[in-house]
Design a binder for this molecule. Structure first.
Ligand code: HEM
Length: 680
């Protein structure tokens, strides 16, 4: 199915119409939201409207649907049609053909060309319905105040702009070219690859329209700097907040700007220097069971081991201990609580990849087995977190920030972040807020680190010369000891391995924003002139595109940790300050300033990751301990029947890529390990 106008021609009639198209960490809403949270409609001004122009006589009835592993179905007012992506595509295609036939046009090409604005689009202009202008006088269509939360009128007005541009021949208000493509380009689990191909064709920004929803894709560092840092107040987390709210509540990632402002100030001091120094020891301690488990694997089962899962376990153990002093012990154990954590993670991912937000439908939580299971797991997790919070509060010892930052962690019984947050003088210790903060850090700090470990190991095994360099450094600096903060400072190459993995596999590959007030963004090199993001517009900021752009990173697909030692600028883009290693000299990793926002491993601006140093230290300790002790090779048995040139794999290697909240391998990182021979 072609993207853009074709999809816009789908007239949605039902009152319970729904449908979201999930891509990577987000989903595109196919509903006309009538509530200000932008979800399921109650009624739409388009509902049951017959539209008189040729294009608009077409009616496609899409229903909110449920597709569950366990074949759940939900009762709806009328007939319920399953609309997973393939089905949706099929229906729209059929509709398209029916329309073409009715109009006496043969085949599918009738209206699938979609260049926006002028040019080819001029032939596409098919006119607007007679009632068009009247609709916009209705109260429900009014836009919200600039800077306030977006409401239905804002989304409707974004849609209006798109329709007027595509069907009315109006100038585009945002000046962004409309991308044309096949839905399979972005709906196969590696959406970020499809978005990269569009970027190569359209520059930054471009616009994709889907159903009544559209989003602008930003792939330029100067524009990213503007959105993330210079005019950050004009944006919120939009769709991402809607998806994550049921799981993370008002935790920092989905938090609205007001809650975020209060909580960020209180949480940031918890990541102070002394605590991080103490954490390095804890990372080593949590890696001991991993090493033991790998030793067992090396001796049995021909050394076969799935490393992605192992890294997930160790990252979970680390986050549990450091954030709320809880021993998941997941490297060696399975428990209902661990299962509940994975269930919450999977559900967050599932929601971001699901064509219909069925969890918002009335009674869905009671009727759908998947949701019943999820809610049960969430209850279990909440019980654990609430219990930990109560215990911490019962033993609260109020101190001011300076005292807390000077704690002697070696002699503190509970060094966790929760303890800090509870003990902080004047802190907001509302149970619900603390629970949301903990849950957010549990999820944000676990999978991301597991992913960077996975891709670092993958690239090191694929690039033996880099592995040799990393090992030489580990042997020289740490040997068999557990690494200290000083050791990590001394292992610059290994830190650059982590940084290079995050460049090639950014976690998450896309950042999500929604515009709260009209914003003129800078013109990008080779992109549309004077682009304007209009209020209500959803944005994907593609870290993947920026990190893999040869304008900023020569040979971007090459794994080259030493690139971070070389200065680079591009005379064709004088407005980009270039990459300069001197700008991160005393830091743990090459940050966004070192590359003038062409490298954003932890985001940038006000909503930058608070766990950046924590994660860099954790990944370096884990890699140092594992690489010192084991030899790795790919388990070729797992590669049979895998076509490495198959486009959806997105990687010229059978391991392949797949997006959830982060970039995963397709089927796991299967390796054969051996204990390393230290004599060689
Ligand atoms: C390699 C590991 C990690 C990566 C790649 C990573 C990446 C990111 C990125 C890109 C953002 C910005 C999101 C945005 O602007 O929309 C972010 C935000 C965040 N991260 Fe991380 N992260 C990592 C580890 C951690 C850890 C270990 C923690 C906590 C212990 C953490 C907690 C958070 C929180 C709370 C936010 C939201 C900050 C805010 O909105 O104020 N992250 N992370």
């Amino acid at each position: 199915m072609k993207l853009s106008p074709i999809a816009l021609k789908v007239t949605i009639l039902s009152h319970t119409v729904g449908g979201t198209l999930g891509f990577g960490p987000t989903q595109i809403d196919l509903t006309f939201p009538s509530t200000n949270n932008g979800k399921i409609i109650a009624s739409s001004p388009f509902a049951s409207t017959s539209i008189s122009t040729s294009t608009w006589t077409r009616t496609t009835r899409l229903r909110a649907t449920v597709e569950d592993e366990t074949t759940d179905t939900l009762p709806t007012e009328e007939t319920t049609t399953t609309t997973p992506l393939a089905d949706l595509e099929q229906r729209i295609l059929q509709d398209e053909q029916a329309l073409a036939e009715a109009n006496g046009v043969k085949g599918h090409e009738s209206s699938s060309s979609i260049e926006g604005g002028g040019g080819e689009a001029a032939e596409e202009v098919e006119g607007l319905p007679w009632w068009w202008e009247f609709v916009w006088d209705l109260d429900i269509m009014k836009k919200g105040e600039p800077g306030s939360d977006c409401i239905f009128g804002d989304s409707a007005n974004v849609l209006r702009t798109n329709i007027e541009q595509i069907y009315g021949g109006f100038d585009s208000l945002d000046a962004c070219p409309l991308a044309e493509g096949e839905i399979t380009d972005i709906a196969d689990g590696t959406m970020f690859i499809g978005l990269q191909q569009y970027y190569q064709k359209y520059g930054s920004p471009y616009k994709l329209c889907f159903g009544p929803k559209s989003f602008v894709v930003i792939s330029d560092p100067i524009q990213a700097k503007h959105i993330l840092r210079e005019n950050n107040n004009a944006y919120d987390k939009g769709i991402l907040a809607e998806i994550l709210e049921p799981i993370m509540g008002k935790g920092l990632i989905p938090a609205d700007p007001v809650t975020w402002g209060v909580r960020r100030k209180q949480i940031i001091p918890a990541f102070h220097k002394k605590w991080l120094e103490y954490m390095v020891g804890l990372f080593g301690y949590c890696n001991v069971p991993l090493i033991a488990s790998l030793e067992r694997s090396a001796q049995t089962n021909n050394g076969k081991v799935e490393m992605e899962e192992k890294f997930c376990s160790v990252a979970l153990d680390i986050i549990g201990k450091s954030v709320f002093n809880y021993d998941f012990d997941s490297v060696t154990n399975e428990s209902p609580v661990i299962k509940a954590v994975y269930c919450a993670l999977l559900e967050a991912e599932h929601r971001s990849m699901t064509p219909a937000p069925y969890w918002d439908l009335p009674f869905a939580n009671q009727l759908v087995p998947r949701l019943r299971r999820f809610n049960k797991d969430l209850d279990l997790l909440n019980d654990v977190l609430n219990d930990l919070i109560s215990r911490a509060k019962n033993t609260r010892e109020v101190e001011d920030i300076a005292e807390l930052e000077n704690r002697d962690y070696a002699n503190v019984k509970d060094p966790s972040l929760l303890r800090f947050l509870v003990d902080m003088k004047g802190a907001d210790i509302d149970n619900k807020q603390l629970r949301d903060d903990l849950m957010t850090m549990l999820i944000a700090g676990h999978e991301t680190t597991a992913a960077v470990l996975t891709w670092s190991l993958f690239e090191l095994v694929r690039n033996p010369e880099c592995l040799v360099a990393a090992r030489a450094e580990i042997d020289r600096v740490v040997g068999d000891r557990t690494p200290t903060l000083e050791d990590i400072r001394g292992m610059k190459y290994l830190r650059m391995v982590v940084a290079e993995s995050l460049r090639m596999y950014p976690e998450p590959p896309l950042l999500i924003r929604r515009c709260r007030e009209e914003d003129k963004i800078p013109t990008a090199h080779g992109g549309a002139k004077d682009p304007t993001i209009i209020r209500g517009m959803d944005i994907f900021l593609s870290l993947y595109n920026i990190h893999r752009d040869e304008k900023y990173w020569p040979e971007p697909d090459k794994f080259d940790p030493l690139r971070f030692t070389r200065k680079y600028s591009n005379p064709d883009i004088p407005e980009w300050a270039g990459y300069d290693p001197a700008r991160w000299e005393n830091r743990l990793y090459p940050n966004e300033s070192a590359a003038d926002f062409a490298y954003l491993p932890f985001g940038g601006g006000a909503r930058k990751c608070i766990g950046d140093e924590f994660a860099t230290l954790e990944a370096t300790v884990t890699l140092a301990m594992v690489l010192r002790r084991f030899d790795f090779e790919f388990d070729e048995d797992k590669f049979t029947d895998v076509d490495i040139m198959d486009h959806p794999m997105g990687l010229e290697h059978p391991v392949g890529m797949r997006t959830g909240a982060t970039i995963h391998t397709r089927q796991g990182l299967h390796m054969i390990i051996k204990k390393r021979n230290m004599d060689s």
